[in-house]
Design a protein around this ligand. Structure first.
Ligand code: NI
Length: 156
């Protein structure tokens, strides 16, 4: 595995729509491993492939405290949303900043795993927020377009 360079706000690739993964291959396996390493190294809770410059619908998430529960979502599709949560959100592509975003508090997502087996996952609170944030990345959307009020910097 290797660390990949995280693209940051202003890089036009972050506004592009990622393409579905049609089959698992060595290149995509390496990508997933690199994305996990890059996310953990940056102390993030989620990363989309586009953030490392690859326009594939691949997301990695880990909202556990120990950072030992990676979730891999390939071609994720949110099929149900309910409730509401309003809170601070950040993004590895917008370093040192955060802003308040309202999201669904519960989501159900359908996705493929690394073996290209379809599965469903339900999540609440931080996991629900991370899923919605990362799926937005696959559609070229940054949380900064959804912020209510000012974007805060780390010093605020
Ligand atoms: Ni992000």
């Amino acid at each position: 595995m290797a660390l990949r360079n995280i693209r940051t706000e202003g890089d036009p690739i972050l506004g592009k729509i990622s393409k579905p993964v049609l089959e698992m291959n060595d290149k995509t396996k390496v990508l997933i491993g690199d994305m996990l390493e890059t996310m953990y190294h940056a102390n993030g809770v989620g990363l989309a492939a586009v953030q490392v410059g690859v326009l594939k619908r691949v997301v990695v998430i880990d909202v556990s405290e120990d950072g030992d529960s990676p979730i891999i979502l390939i071609n994720p599709e949110i099929v149900d949303k309910s409730g509401s949560q309003t809170g601070d959100e950040g993004c590895l592509s917008v370093p040192g900043k955060s802003g308040v975003v309202t999201r669904a508090n519960h989501v159900k997502v359908k996705a493929f795993n690394e073996k290209m087996e379809l599965f469903e996952l339900e999540g609440d609170e931080l996991l629900a927020r991370a899923i919605q944030h990362e799926v937005d990345h696959l559609d070229g959307i940054l949380y900064t377009s959804k912020v209510e009020g000012p974007i805060k910097t780390a010093e605020d």
